[in-house]
Each structure stands twice: as C-alpha cells, then as structure tokens.
Design a protein around this ligand. Sequence first.
Ligand code: ADP
Ligand code: ASP
Ligand code: MG
Length: 854
Amino acid sequence: MKFGGTSVATLPRWKKIKELAASRRNQGARLLIVVSALSGITDALWQLSLEKNKSKRMASVGKIDARHRALLADMGVEHTTLLDTHINALCTLAESGPSQRGELVWQAQLLAHGELLSSSLGAAFLTRLGLPTQWLDARDCLSAVTLPDHNERVRLLSAIVDTRFDQTLDKRLCNLGDVLITQGFIACGNNGQTVLLGRGGSDTSASYFGALLKAIRVEIWTDVAGMFTANPRQVPGARLLRKLDYEEAQEIATTGAKVLHPRCLSPLREPRVPLLIQDTRRPELEGTLIGPQVHAHATSVKAISARNGITLVSMESVGMWKQVGFLADVFEYFRRHGLSVDLIGSAETNVTVSLDSNENLLNSNALAALGSDLAKVCRVKVIAPCAAITLVGRGMRSMLHRLSGVLAEFDQLRVHLISQSSNNLNLTFVVDEDVVDGLIPRLHELLITSGALRADDSALFGASWESVYGEDKADVSKAWWHKPAARSRLLALGMEVTPRYVYHLPTVRAQARTLKTLTVVDRLHYAVKANTHPAILHALAEEGFALECVSPGELDRATAVVPDDVPLLFTPNFASREDLKRGLASRATLTLDALYPVAHWSELFRGREIVLRVDLGRGLGHHEKVRTGGNGSKFGLPIEHIDNFLHHADTHDIVVRGLHAHLGSGVLDPNHWGEVYGQLASLAERIGSITFLNIGGGLGVPSHPGEAPLDIEALDKVLREVKMAYPHYHLWMEPGRYLVADAGVLLTRVTQIKGKGAWRYLGVDTGMNSLLRPALYGAWHEIVNLSRLEEEADGLFQIVGPICENGDVLGSDRRLPEPQEGDVMLIAQVGAYGKVMSSSYNLRGDTEEVVLKN
Ligand code: ADP
Ligand code: ASP
Ligand code: MG
C-alpha cells in the first residue's frame, strides 16, 4: 500500500491509513506500506538544495523539523529516536553543503529525507495505535541498475531498479514482521550511495516492491478516487476509469496523468501484479483497477492528457534527403547530452522531435550544448514552451472518423506536430503551452458528445469527478420516465402497442418556463420542425411562445392549431417561388436567406417587411450535418452579398426589418448567442432599418450521463451584457430541440437476439424508419430495457431495427441486462426530430404518438 504526500500529511489521514492497514491484516495479508514525504516537503528540500547560504539552509531545516514535530504531537507520540536520527542527519547535510562527493550526490541524500522522516513518523504512530509496524530502509531492498546511456544526473536523481523476483527479499521481510513501513522515492546506487527515482517516484517504489515480492496487489492511495478520463482538477466532468489494462494505463500515465508515475506500471506487467488506485480520504469509492484482465467493451478513447514543458527541436537540412545516416548522426548528439526523444515528425528536409522535461531533467545547459552540436550538421530551431495533448485509447486509428468535431477545435491554433503512436494507443498534438488549460475541458466534452469517448459504457467509465466530489449534474435517473409511476404507465403503453412515441407535456412546459426566465428576450419562437404534434404546438402557444415554420405545410399546421394572435415566423430555405407566395399570403413574418428571390421575384415582396438571414461565416453544433453556417452550408446570405441584397430591397420598396442568424444545433456554450447578437447588431447598425435581431436557436440538451446542461442563468447574463451594448434592438430566439427533446421517448419491443463472434445484436421492432438520428448524425440516445430497469446491465449489445440497411443501428455497444423477447425497450430524448423525421421506408407502418398530459 503506497500513500502519497497528502495522504500522510495529517492526523486524520494517518487514522485512515491505520484502518486500511488493519483491515488488510484482518484479511490475512502481510503488508508493506510505502510512504511519500509529507506534501510540500520534497519541494522544500529541493529549494534547500539550491540555496547557497548556509544559515538559510539551516532555517529551512528548522521549518521542516517543526512540521514533522507538530504532526508527531498531533499523533500523540512523544518522541521517536528514528525521527531524531534523520533530522540530525539532515542538519549535518544542510550544514556541510555539497561535499566533495559532488552536488548531485548531496542533493539526492538531502531529498531522500522527506520519505525517511515521514516513514519514521508512520512507524511510531501505527505501533502506538496497536498495529506493530516495523520500519524498513528501502535502500536495503531496492538496488538501482546503471544503464550505459545514463548520465550522472539520471543515475542519481531518476534511477531505475532491477525488479526480478527476489525470494531472499521476501524471506528477509517475512522475518521482520507482518506490517512494514518503508520509503518511496529512494533506492541504493551501485556504490552504496542514496539515489532517487524521479519526482513522483514513490508510486514506482511501490511497484518495484510489488514485483520483487510478487505481491497480491499494489494499492496506490492518493487524493483522488482513481485514474480519470482527464485531470479532474482541470476537467470536473472527467469520468472515473474503472478498469484498465496495463498498456492503456501506462499510456495515460506517460502522457501526463500525474496520478501514476509513468515508470510504475512496467515492473508489474510481467509478474501480472494488479494495481489499484483509491482515495485515502474516501476509501468507500471504488477506484481504478489496472490489471491483466479487462472485459470486452466498446472501442473508445479512454482519456485525454496533457504535458506542459515540452521543447521541440526542429532540424532543417537540405542535404538530408536520402542522405544515409543523417538521423543516426543527429540522434547521437541527443544521446551524448542525455536527452531522450519522445515524439518525431519528419519531412524531406526537416525532422522535428520533442523533448519531455519530466523524462529529461532538462536544464538549459544541456539544451544549449545540444543546439551547438546540432548546428554542425543542420539548421536548428528550438520551439518552447509547448504542450503535448494526447488522446489515449486502444485502436486509435479505427476511431479517427469520430474525431472530426474534436479536431475542428484545433482550427485557430498553431499545431506544431501531430504524432500517432505506432502501438495504435495514442494520438498526440503539440501546441503552444498557453492554450492548453482552456482547450482540454472543451476537448473532453467534445470527445463525449461525439461518441469517441464512450462514457455511457458503465463497465468501463464510472462517475464523474464532480458528481462524486462536487455538485450534481445531468443524470438520467432524474428523467421523467425514470420515476416509478411514469415507468409503469410506459410499460403498459409498450405492452399494448409498439413502436410508439410518447410525449410528456409537463416536461415541455417546464422547459418552456425555464426559457421564459431569460429576461432580455422579447420573443421566443418554437421551431416547430422539431415536433409538429398539435398537442405540443398548443401547449407551447399557451406558454406564450410564438411559432417558427419552415414550410407551407408547417404554416398550415400552425394556423390550424394555435389561435390567430400567436405570431408566426416563416423561415424557409431554398423555397420555391410558390412556397414564398404561400408564406406571404399567411400572417407569418418572412425570412429570406438568398439573393435570388429579391433579384428575380422582387414583385412578390414589394412594399413588404422581411427578415434577412445572414451567414456569419462559421457553423457550430454536435455534428457536421447540423452546422448551418460557413461556406459548407446552404443556409444564410453570405456577408459579402448583403449590400447587393439591400440594393435590390431598396429598388423594390422592400424593408428589411430584422436580421437573423442560426449557426447550428446542440450548442451548450452560452457565450455563443452573445457573440451572434453582437455580430448581428453591428451589421444592423450599418443597415439602419432593422428593429429586431433573431439570434436563432440551437440550445443544446445534454444527452450523455454526467454532461452539464446549458446554463440558462449564464445565458441570461451573457444576453443582458450584449443587450446593454446595443439596447435598441428587440431580441428574438427560436429554440426547438431544447423544448421538446427530453419530453419524448420511443417504446419498442425486443424481437430477437443474435450472436456473431464476440458481437451480440439485440433486435427491436422498429429502427431508422421511426428514429433516423442515430443513422443520420451518429446521434447518441439513452436506451434502457424498461422491463428490466433494476437488473444488472452486464451484457454488451448492438441495438438494431428490422430495416434492410446496415446503418439501421439505434445504439452501439450498449450495456444492458440480458434481454428476452417481448421486453419493452425505451429510447430516450426523442421528442425532437424523432417522429417528424420518420419514414415509411421498407413500407413499415406508421409509428403512432401518444401524449401524456400529466
Ligand atoms: P500523490 O501525492 O498521492 O502521489 P499526486 O499529486 O502525485 O498524488 O497525483 C494525484 C493527482 O494527479 C490528482 O490530485 C490529480 O490532480 C492529478 N491527475 C492528473 N491527471 C489525472 C487523471 N487523469 N486522473 C486522476 N488524477 C489526475
Ligand atoms: N516525495 C517525492 C516527490 O514529491 C516522491 C513522491 O511523492 O512520489 O516527488
Ligand atoms: Mg504522485
């Protein structure tokens, strides 16, 4: 059991350590406890080692001494000789300064004292609490090996230990006792001197011991409940990784997840010792288990990590092309300066490599010396500080198609290097260091929404960090259909007839009321294309919503269903002359988004007031098919055509009263609408006749468990701010999906199950004919077996319909209980773009709709 710096820094943590150790003893295990230095102490010792002034060094020792004595007093231990011995040794070292044995040797000895002191405290405390614990000097057990290319710095400060199973060690320890405590971070060098295992190396000590002793298990106890899909301090929505194999965990650790030292997995791989990471403060949380066996799961990105402090060395030489041995010459210089190369990119006349500061103990001298050597054979450019962002997951190459939205985020950034590891486990981007903090949370979110990180696979991904440690976020168990009364109603409906859409009107109304809290929005239009069911139109009109239609058919439906005083907007795209005539004949306000109608059919609009939809040059949204801006999209008038449009309008006595833009769907960032308002307002200032701005819809609804919903309060704040800058325009919006998505579910029944190799197909009685979104957008919808909601979901299924199309897949790699023919399945969040997109393909019958009024 290894306890990290924060786990050994206070009395309450030591009490936990005692409990955990005692419980392992009760299970009959022998126990070796490996401890880090108290948090902050290694840093303090490092500073001390750089201090030239002796009295300042002694003052630092005084502080370190006081910190340990204070904890000892908290522990109720009066005195321990071990602590005194190590404090005295530390004093002597600080007093003498770097001896004739060399600065690095001295530094290693000094830094070793953090762990020597913490383990002394631990031995005294555990023994006092009735768990006799023997102190062990790690340097008597762990021997460093010297590899030929290790320079002195590496040998002394970042040593490697031989980990072949050692039976004599096991016997020796057995004779010492059943509970032992020792130091992380330190080992014995080949001349008997103290060596260190690199910063954060206590994890590695634990696994060296684990391998040497063939332990049952290595447990890493730290300040977080395991390895997460991203650094949880940076990405609160990061999900716990419940189980990992050695290779993937290794990759995550190497590429920046500080929770495990990158060197600590390889010693365990061959003896197949599992490693468990848990939170000392909250041992009841399940943690991450890393081991040889991992069950079948969806192909998925497992984590995104980042490493700062990356230096790129770009080597340019015209003479390099086909010149035998150039790389050998160049790399020889890296070897000579003890610098290990991480990523490599090459072109005809350029090779660029990255150096990782953690691996290289980089100092500017080494880099400068390398530079002047390399200058002999090529032109050198050093690019720093950079950061490497890495996506990790087995089979990365087969996931590229899901990464388009993620890659789009790199749009405006300087990407210096892209590297795809030959083991197919990672994809790395080197960018400027200053962009990383903002980028990682966004990329993590996109990985989930694009389905590249399959956070829905509960066998693999556990709770999000914030749901365990922070405030609660979106959770399906809060959905209306999850409540017991609704479930039994839905089950009864599903047993009667399937397939069937069911809409819950109270949910529609609740969403509508949430939007009505937006204080500066003057008019909300429901975009009826999302769901044209009369009951929904009616309910939303009652809630005070206007309606937005995109076709004569929708206009007819709206006029038939809602009272005449409900305002209508008609926003067609590539509408025919006939369509526009029909629109103009209705009471709707017409929006145009092209030059052609005003240039060729101007007489239709003479004397009328219209809205102009512009293309702000970029699109947004959860899938390329829903991004409705930029040259790749057919919507909106390009800005460069506006003057021409206005000229036609002027000539034909057409007044442009409103400006409109809608960039796409599924947007969860409130700032987006503020930007649209700002851009439209500055265009409107130029035009003069404008009185209102329609900033579109696209308000996202989180679909994946744990995803944060759109913050409406934040949206309100954003809108209030932009409205203050341009207060003279009325503000309109046109949400669709936001109002109705969660209100609808699709009920369908299990027809049959088919096994094919490792794949299991679960057939249901409808497919893409009823619900097109998964096939069209790769959209993810929660799917549950309503008949077995309480049963353990341990099978992995592809949920498919009866349509003769390979794309007829409603959900892939879903974790579900063992199904039976006739079970009622529920597909969630289909109130928007469900029924309205359905077809009669394969002449499958119509899917009926049921409305629940309460
Ligand atoms: P210890 O002192 O116990 O060794 P560390 O500070 O070395 O603890 O490692 C734990 C920290 O690692 C966490 O508090 C977290 O900030 C950081 N970390 C970075 N990436 C990850 C990740 N992917 N999963 C979990 N923790 C991470
Ligand atoms: N105390 C050492 C450090 O801070 C080793 C560790 O905590 O893992 O780097
Ligand atoms: Mg650590």
